[in-house]
Design a protein around this ligand. Sequence first.
Ligand SMILES: [Zn+2]
Length: 395
Amino acid sequence: MRDIRNKKNNDEGTGLSPDETRISSLSHEKPGSGENQQKLRVFTARLFLAGLVFGCIFINAGRIPGQSTDSSSVQGAAASEPYPQMSSIAPIGIRIGKYMNVPASAQGPAIDPAKGYRLQDLGSGLYMITDNIYQSMFLVYERGVVVIDAPPAYAARISQAIAEVSDKPITHIIYSHSHSDHIGGAKSLVEQRPVIVAHGETLRLLKRAADPNRPLPTVTFSDKYKLRVGNQVLELSYHGNAHEPGNIFIYAPAQRVLMVVDVVFPGWMPWRRFALAQDIPGYFEQVEKIRKMDWDTLIGGHVARTGTHADVDLQAEFNEDIKQAAKTALATTQPGVGLNPLDRTNPWAGFDNYIDRVAAQCVNALTAKWSNKLAAFDVYIWDQCYAMEQSLRIE
Ligand SMILES: [Zn+2]
């Protein structure tokens, strides 16, 4: 396991020897032994010094006038002890020295820095463009090109990427969903007034956004839409809300390629909070749906490589594990334990204390199995556990 990031749990962080740390956490240990008393005195002296330094910083900053110099009594400040059984993975908001290494299974082919993107041939006129962070596609047919998404990260180079393989004009643009990080570069591609196809919900959200960088769709659908251009076909379908309303599946039957954006991130943890899924049960269902569909290559809209069925199976397995871990943590965590009695009349504080301990248990339950299986486990596991417990309690 990588560095212990919760400094209050860390011998180096407190400046205490392992024995001293033990003393500080074992309040139930029998007092009386001279050695232990000596250690306790050393610990208390250091705690006092730490409190003094902490207090001085606040007094000097003039932020909390009249507060005691004892850090444990500063309202809103961190307690002098972390929650029991605190995870070694740093919680949200804690700065760390080095994140976990990205495993080889999450990496893809390198990007030519001079070009700033990579073109991947998906077969029969279908191509993926990627900067190894975002992914989009285009499909070449006899008279033109269909562009699928236009991430602003490299939208200025989409025409150049198309020109590598075709001199045909862009006749169609498909929006996977409304988010600007995936289609916010579309404006630069509409000079020749292409047909823009999207789900009806995407049109609604884009009207509301009124963003000139995301021109409104000209053709919308609700359940299914088959786009035939020359001898090429794209099957668009909608499977309800998960990531956001209007996020569609785009299937190229001849190439056996499925594109679903912001749901599965091949080799990686999803972006925080299940990639900001607006409906987490819906998100879980869509991962299962993708898993059961018949395709050879998945374009997830992000990360450095395309996906396989093994990637989706792994995501589905993670989903089951985190659901179980959060369920168990919710059922076995006692509310109110360790809460300052003065906070008893503050229900938000009571929940915060409870949910923090639920999330810590959830993170602990998953770390051994998953920390080396999905890249950036350490970056987002707290977010995923918080999102999971929230969903289980109310959705
Ligand atoms: Zn999105």
